[in-house]
Design a protein around this ligand. Structure first.
Ligand code: GCU
Length: 330
């Protein structure tokens, strides 16, 4: 009798232990969905895969990041909205697009605010600028994890652009962002905000006469098949930003939060290296595609957007960042 009782007890505890072990492996392993609008050949996709691998390795497989490229889960704007409701965990966006969700990102969108790439990186790494901005959006439903180089933005158009006067009457696609629209108006063009994924067709159907971006848009995204002039006025350096939903963030342990931020830093460094190589190689590809690369005198472009610098210094949200960015340029 006693033996049967003991056997039953052992069986019951074995069951309990089994289900506990099962339960623990389910509750601890988690997959974070990450959306972005880039091509699988783009450097940003490679940097995001690098980030996902780091997170997996450093967490011993406890956290997996599944990367969904090509806007499969929506445009950058739609992804941010999903993040705010907690339906999506992570997204890569751009500071330009993020400005509508957290005005602090507007500091990066003032044309010609960065002197060069070194100044740009100093600002991203600075505690008073880049790092503070990453932490500024928790109340808006997302938290910044890392920045990615997205190069220098230049015009690419169906007619050559050598000065702001040439932009008159041209419809130029911009990112859906108040600063991008303002900049284009000051330069004399007609701004047309559109999601990136719709741009190839818009160029092809002549809905717009051009756009502005890094050289990858011309080559990797084939916009150079339609827009044959790339004018290097270098009006902006606007970083891509990896963000996580506040709802997902709050569920993570402190050590997993630290691990994700550390993987983000490593991914930024990795991107810095591959971005430089990519840009050089893509400029050559653009020329082979028949795109004319135009060196322009930047003075008139710089002059046209001066009012944005003055306004930024009066804006209570971005003025402290803009001042700090300018002070780094010493
Ligand atoms: C850059 C940036 C993208 C953005 C795009 C755009 O390529 O990396 O995140 O979507 O510009 O102009 O929309």
């Amino acid at each position: 009798m006693l033996n049967i009782k003991n056997a039953k007890l052992r069986f019951a505890s074995a069951l309990l232990l089994g289900s506990l072990m099962g339960a623990s492996s389910i509750s601890y392993a988690q997959t974070l969905k990450l959306s972005h609008n880039g091509d699988t050949k783009s450097p940003v996709h490679k940097a995001l895969k690098f980030f996902a691998n780091e997170v997996k390795e450093k967490s011993d497989g406890e956290i997996q990041v599944r990367v969904y490229p090509n806007g499969q889960l929506g445009t950058q704007r739609e992804s941010l909205e999903l993040l705010q409701t907690g339906a999506l965990d992570m997204a890569k966006s751009n500071a330009s697009e993020l400005e509508s969700f957290d005005p602090a990102y507007g500091a990066f969108n003032i044309p010609y605010i960065f002197r060069d790439r070194e100044h740009f990186y100093k600002a991203l790494e600075s505690e008073d600028v880049g790092q503070k901005i990453l932490r500024s959006s928790e109340k808006y439903g997302f938290v910044g994890v890392a920045y990615f180089d997205a190069g220098s933005r230049n015009f690419y158009t169906t007619k050559p652009v050598r000065s702001p006067a040439d932009l008159k009457g041209m419809k130029i696609r911009v990112q859906p962002s108040p600063s991008a629209i303002k900049m284009m108006e000051l330069m004399g063009a007609s701004p047309t905000p559109l999601p990136f994924g719709e741009l190839y067709t818009a160029l092809q159907q002549r809905v717009v006469d051009g756009a502005e971006n890094n050289i990858g848009a011309v080559t990797t995204y084939r916009h150079g098949e339609v827009a044959k002039f790339y004018s290097q006025d270098g009006h902006a350096m606007i970083p891509d930003v990896l963000v996580i939903s506040t709802k997902t963030w709050e569920k993570l342990s402190d050590s997993n939060k630290a691990l994700i931020l550390a993987a983000g830093k490593d991914a930024t460094t990795y991107m810095k290296k591959i971005w430089g190589e990519y840009t050089e190689q893509e400029l050559k590809k653009a020329v082979k595609m028949g795109v004319e690369v135009i060196e322009v005198n930047k003075d008139a472009f710089i002059h046209a957007v001066e009012p944005m610098h003055k306004e930024a210094l009066k804006d209570p949200v971005i003025a402290p960042y803009v001042k700090a960015i300018k002070a780094l340029d010493k």
